[in-house]
Design a protein around this ligand. Structure first.
Ligand code: PEP
Ligand code: MN
Length: 461
């Protein structure tokens, strides 16, 4: 089956089309990685329903995030962005969501201490339901079906019914995002994020003998928390944290239908999440994704893999951030541990020389995917850490700021990535490999990464 770009009828009325006709310019541009919806009536109905549903995020929050990211681009904050490779409808349970938020908060406390900077907390959550794929099809035992493209498009189950692209799934993705975001907001505003509680959880991590090498850092944090307490810090205020939602803006029907014109500013905002990123496979300069995202006010990320040239980066800046607005553009580099020290310097140097102020973030996952001897898609914890170290080394050498981490992680005790201090080996995959797409760091590996990166940020050995 070959992938055909869909001729997208505009399911009218698309929000803001009259004021901003450019929001639909992408429909005439080359577009890749889009679903081929089977039934156009269903498709039209789903798009018009999405067009009239309330926004998931508020423009004021999006503006606040842009300011926070501007701080990070200037070296005054650090971004932690984490979550599943692919969220699933089935996985949107209270237990799994709370474990993921909890793990991100735990990592953030350690990183805040290591960096002595505020950490911007952001989930790959409440919208990460669509996946780009390198092949349109998947063959199992002689049967070929469309590849799984994320729950927003089709089901993971390997049957013709499940793998058919179904536009109604976009509506379900919206509702699942809404309930996920609702729980995240409740947790992060309602007491779950209390610094003392999060610190207490981290003490549990270092109590494990496998993690004893991190005890001294945990003790330092303990003393800092006690010191704050003795000074009369307002721990009640520290019960609430800002938490932002992000996902890859892949399915343009969905993103376009959830675009709204903000009544305060009169400008278009993508309201499916606070931060939207363009993936490595959809960042074509003249393609639909770059065009569409150039027209919304959200902070935008772009993944940059090992084939990215400095010229690509400069042209992306011209398209996506022509005003050179602080916080608007984040480059998420995913070069691979073996490439980062060689490929990143030229990009950073030329972008810096151009005067643009982007935020540089490391995704140490996507350049380090391998297949285990027993056939699972995996990543070695050591490679992941090595790419982060390379990212820091390059920025330190150039005098630029390594502004954040983008990781695929979960709060659950899964076995998908190899290694770590309490090591996972490939045999554990048979029982505890749950991801429907890329392998994630489990709860322990995620915390270990935070302790290692905090050490590097604080320039400890
Ligand atoms: C992802 O973030 O899951 C992804 C597909 O990344 P990339 O676009 O960098 O390959
Ligand atoms: Mn992934």
């Amino acid at each position: 089956m070959t992938e055909l770009p869909v001729a997208h009828p505009i399911a009218s009325p698309q929000p803001g089309a009259a004021e901003y006709p450019g929001l639909d310019a992408w429909r005439d541009l080359p577009v890749v990685q889009q679903p081929t919806w089977a039934d156009s009536e269903v498709h039209r109905a789903a798009v018009s329903e999405l067009s009239s549903l309330p926004p998931l995020v508020f423009a004021g929050e999006v503006d606040l995030l842009r300011q926070r990211l501007a701080d990070a681009a200037e070296g005054k904050a650090f971004l932690l962005q984490g979550g599943d490779c692919a969220e699933t409808f089935e996985g949107a349970t209270a237990d799994k969501i709370s474990a993921r938020v909890r793990t991100i908060l735990q990592m953030a406390v350690v990183l805040t201490y290591g960096a002595s900077l505020p950490v911007i907390k952001m989930g790959r959550m409440a919208g990460q339901f669509a996946k780009p794929r390198s092949s349109n099809d998947e063959t199992r035992e002689g049967v070929t079906l469309p590849a799984y493209r994320g729950d927003m498009v089709n089901g993971y189950e390997f049957t013709p019914e499940s793998r058919a692209h179904n536009a109604n799934r976009m509506v379900q993705a919206y509702h699942t995002s809404a309930s996920t975001l609702n729980l995240i907001r409740a947790f992060t505003q309602g007491g779950f994020a209390d610094l003392r509680l999060v610190h207490h959880w981290n003490k549990g991590f270092t109590a494990n003998p496998a993690h004893s090498r991190y005890e001294s850092l945990a003790r330092e944090i303990d003393r800092a928390v006690k010191f704050m307490d003795a000074c009369g810090a307002d721990f009640d205020a520290l019960k609430r944290v800002e938490f932002f939602a992000s996902h890859e803006a892949l399915v343009l029907d969905y993103e376009r239908a959830l675009t709204r014109i903000d009544s305060r500013t009169g400008l278009p905002y993508g309201t499916s999440g606070h931060f939207l990123w363009i993936g490595e496979r959809t960042r074509q300069l003249d393609g639909a994704h770059v065009d569409f995202l150039s027209r919304v006010r959200n902070p935008i990320g772009v993944k940059l893999g090992p084939t990215s040239s400095a010229d690509d980066a400069l042209r992306l800046i011209d398209k996506l951030d022509p005003q050179r607005e602080p916080g608007r553009l984040t480059f998420i580099t995913r070069m691979g541990a073996g490439n980062i020290r060689e490929k990143l310097p030229a990009l950073v140097e030329k972008v810096t020389a151009s005067g643009a102020k982007v935020l540089w973030v490391s995704d140490p996952m996507h350049g380090n995917t391998v297949t285990s001897p027993n056939g699972y898609k995996t990543r070695n914890f050591d490679d992941v850490i090595d790419e982060v170290r390379g990212f820091f080394e390059v920025h330190h050498a150039l005098g630029t700021f390594p502004g954040g981490l983008h990781v695929e992680m979960t709060g659950d005790d899964v076995a998908e990535c190899l290694g770590g201090a309490d090591p996972i080996d490939q045999h554990a995959f048979l029982e505890r490999y749950e991801s429907v797409c890329d392998p994630r760091l489990n709860h322990m590996q995620s915390l270990e990464m935070a302790f290692l990166v905090a050490g590097a940020l604080g320039k400890r050995p």
